[in-house]
Design a protein around this ligand. Sequence first.
Ligand code: ADP
Ligand code: MG
Length: 429
Amino acid sequence: MSATLETRLGYAPQSAATLAAYLSCIPRVCAILGGDPSAWRIEEVGDGNLNLVFIVKGPMGGVAVKQALPYVRLVGESWPLPLSRAHYEHMALTEQARLTGRLVPEILHYDETLALIVMELLEPHIIMRRGMIAAAVYPKFADDISTFMARTLYFTSDLALTADRKKAMIAAFAGNTALCKITEDLIFTDPYRVAELNRWTSPQLDAYAARWREDGDLKVAVSRLKLKFLSCAEAMLHGDLHTGSIMLTPDDTRVIDPEFAFMGPMGFDAGAIVANFVINYFSHDGHEEAPGARDAYRERVLAMLETIWTSFREKFLDLWRNNATGDAYPTSLFQGVDGEARLEAERQAYMDRLWADTVGFAGAKMIRRILGLAHNIDLELIADKDRRATCEARALTLARDMMVNAGSYRSVADVANAARRLRVEMKSY
Ligand code: ADP
Ligand code: MG
């Protein structure tokens, strides 16, 4: 098996034992950590699926070190994956930092050969998914994530970029094919067919999994979404923008882990946020201490979701009105008497289409978390399988409808209301 793994002159996976010597040669990192390298404490903490992550602490401060492995960490050497994902993560992180400033961790050092990024240690930040499972409140999050999405998506689109710069970005990200393929297979294909990697809460959801594999309308819907993902190079996506890719405190938000970045359809990033909020909403029935104990938090999740989309929409439109520097919609075409009115109507129509994409992609992202390989702990941590299956069945039912009937969800409030309704109407799986 290991014969198929990528090798590269100078590449070696780091360990706690080798990393101190490596970092001790980087003056900027030494200045942050302080003291003698022999006193640095190094721990591998990667709880993600793909890479090594080390936390390094010295007497003065700390850094985080992320290194790609030539295979998928979660699965092992039998699933090779190119080291170049660190290159794409670094490029996306650089671009996101330029566009959003402190909404991503600062890059301190990058080593292309070692496929390794040294970055700011986020502390006491926690992974947002864990916070939301514990019903933590994040008053700044909706504002921060809507800014992140509006600025990263708008400024990398044809609305802001000239055609030559846009095409240069497409070229720069075009090689991240292996990571895109993971999405193409695990999100848009496997949950709808018999696939070795699929898993679900069994036997409770066996009938759902079987029905979802026989559902022609759903297969057409997911195939349309897949085609859009494959062919629509609208803007630079984070590519994996779920609540496990966000580290935060109540007053500081950071988006991490953009290794899936590429030029794709904007609705895919927005849909990831919607999907993870809806899943979290349903999951509290499996976590609450007594029925109804988390009613207030549940409503807070939906309120936050509504604010995220409406703020995103307003921020994106404002950027468009004030920074129309791209080659799309030439201003010379909209200078007549009703020019600005026609353009504004078209901006609104653009956002409506983006919302419809978002609804569909959100549905696909929910289904893959319940019937596909990679689940999320909002649901996985519900120990009682019957309770978990009920939460999952509600999410599956809503997700299917969001994909097949995306156009009937005219606003984010429609999604929130459908989720509320399903919770009441579906008593059990
Ligand atoms: P993967 O791509 O393998 O999923 P992630 O980038 O998601 O890796 O990182 C895995 C984990 O490492 C995160 O869930 C988080 O706990 C920790 N981590 C990553 N980056 C940082 C950072 N800058 N500061 C602190 N912890 C981090
Ligand atoms: Mg990752």
